[in-house]
Design a protein around this ligand. Structure first.
Ligand SMILES: CCCCCCCC/C=C\CCCCCCCC(=O)N[C@@H](CC(C)C)C(=O)O
Ligand code: ZN
Ligand code: ZN
Length: 479
């Protein structure tokens, strides 16, 4: 095991990550069954609770060993979330947490090659909503643990498995409640691993080789409702401006006025510097000398909508509602704008900018959700979670030559656990191309059987790698 500077590490005995044909068949069937349960979150108030309850029962039938193991405690939190406490044999090692979520975003059937809740296997892929976001992680974590337990594995380091049920609509009843419960129990975690970033392939022109990006932080978030109210009336004699026209102009101004480019701050600089050697000349020199070429690189990043999201707060118009009848002037028009806040800005700074851009007193603002960007987790040689991820990536994906820190442009349930650890890491051991990126929350979400097996293998090794000694914790950690 790679030494962390100044710390003695003991190699944990490794159970080889090899699975029999029967186990491999069972693991893909278990994932298909999970996809077939439509655990859709429509809104914080509207979740498919019947499916969520069924999903909880399903887990107990496909992973029987986990639920009957004496050193594993299972608790249901917020009715449908699950917390597993896996008690290790060495209480001097600080526990960690693996996370995933069971809910999925809606999937209307239009455009799908196969029905989104069929879990059908075709051409080596399992198809359906949740195959990448995020039932793959949930099932792979439990599958790896089940397989380890079946080989009589007893962990040295305790760990938690937190499975939220409302990540897609906030995490307030799942992750947030689990976090509060653990805090009340005095738990402090060495680190957390959640969904978020991937092994990225084809996102950057000129970079032919895939690289793994571990999310050290995530952007902030604002959901802002804009509203215009006026007296209703007959459409035959309209005023010069209507609620719809005023609101449309306001949101259009927001869309047309990019937030400032914040290149040079946050984890992006680390990403580029550590990736530099992978680029051909002269990009390698340019990226190694950002002090000089920063402005050039920052303008280049703006040209593509995914890399643009790494350099600034993004503005997405996501909802627009007005009108009840063809000949009635609507008294109210509403829109929702979704902002993802750059690491170097705050909620308040973005709101101030928005008010200046809209610059129309007839438009009212209602903040629906506001989350500041998350702190940047450590990625140095002492950062246990980061180094364990790196070590396991290098073992499972030997063809991936570079592991870099980065930022997650979406939000994850891990943000609810910032009170328990400074080490929040967002990483899925999966290849991601720009095309498969569009399937997340989109259509034709799918995972190859081979990629899912590799994810199980990754977790199987990761859990064992985490048993290596860390510096003795100052006190025993209560579970
Ligand atoms: C220089 C490197 C190029 C980087 C390319 C970046 C590629 C991005 C890859 C993956 C990002 C996917 C983000 C997945 C996690 C998002 C989970 C999610 O959807 N969460 C919701 C939470 C919300 C509070 C309801 C969200 O909308 O963000
Ligand atoms: Zn997700
Ligand atoms: Zn999602």
């Amino acid at each position: 095991l790679q030494d962390l500077k100044g710390q003695k590490h003991q190699k944990a005995p490794q159970i080889p990550s090899q699975f029999s044909p029967g186990e491999r068949f069972a693991m893909k069937e278990a994932l298909k069954g999970a996809i077939q349960i439509p655990t859709v979150s429509f809104s914080p108030e509207n979740l498919n609770t019947t499916a969520l309850a069924q999903f909880g029962e399903y887990l107990q039938t496909v992973f029987p060993t986990i639920f009957k193991t004496s050193f594993i405690q299972h608790e249901v939190i917020g009715e449908y979330s699950h917390l597993l406490t896996v008690r290790g044999s060495d209480p001097s090692l600080q526990p960690y947490m693996l996370m995933a979520h069971s809910d999925v975003v809606p999937a209307p059937e239009e455009g799908w090659e196969v029905p989104p809740f069929s879990g059908l296997e075709r051409d080596g892929f399992i198809h359906g909503r949740g195959t990448v976001d995020n039932k793959n992680s949930l099932m792979a974590i439990l599958q790896a643990l089940e397989l380890l337990l079946n080989r009589n594995y007893i962990p040295r380091r305790s760990f938690f498995i937190a499975l939220g049920h409302d990540e897609e609509v906030s995490g307030y009843n799942g992750a947030q409640k689990i976090s509060a419960l653990l805090q009340a129990r005095g738990v402090k975690l060495a680190f957390i691993v959640d969904e978020g970033n991937f092994i990225l392939d084809g996102f950057i022109p000129y970079l032919k080789k895939p690289f793994a990006m571990i999310g050290l932080s995530e952007k902030g978030l604002i959901n802002l409702r804009l509203e215009v109210n006026m007296s209703p009336g007959h459409s035959s004699a309209p005023p010069k401006e209507t609620t719809i026209g005023i609101l449309a102009a306001a949101v259009s101004r927001l869309e047309q006025t990019p937030m400032p480019n914040m290149f040079g701050s946050g984890p992006l600089k680390m990403t580029l510097q550590q990736l530099a050697h992978e680029f051909p000349f002269p990009a390698n020199i340019i990226l190694s000398n950002l002090w000089l070429f920063g402005p050039l690189v920052s303008r280049y990043m703006e040209r593509n909508y995914i890399t643009n999201a790494l350099v600034r707060t993004t503005v997405a118009l996501t909802m627009f509602n007005a009108g009840v009848k063809v000949n009635v002037l609507p008294s109210v028009a509403q829109a929702v704008v979704n902002f993802r806040i750059d690491s170097a800005q705050t909620v308040q700074e973005v709101l101030d900018l928005v008010k200046n851009i809209v610059a129309d007193d007839r438009v009212q603002f209602h903040v629906l959700t506001a989350v500041d960007p998350l702190p940047i987790s450590p990625s140095d040689s002492q950062a246990l979670g980061y180094q364990l991820l790196r070590q396991t990536i290098q073992s499972i994906f030997p063809e991936v030559s570079t592991v870099v820190p980065g930022i997650c442009i979406g939000n994850t349930d891990s943000r609810h656990y910032a009170n328990l650890t400074a080490g929040l890491y967002r990483f899925n051991p999966l290849y991601m191309t720009p095309q498969s990126f569009r399937s997340i929350h989109g259509i034709n979400e799918k995972i190859s059987v081979q990629a899912y097996e590799t994810q199980v293998k990754f977790l199987f090794e990761f859990i064992q790698n985490a048993d290596a000694d860390q510096e003795p914790a100052p006190h025993q950690h209560e579970l």
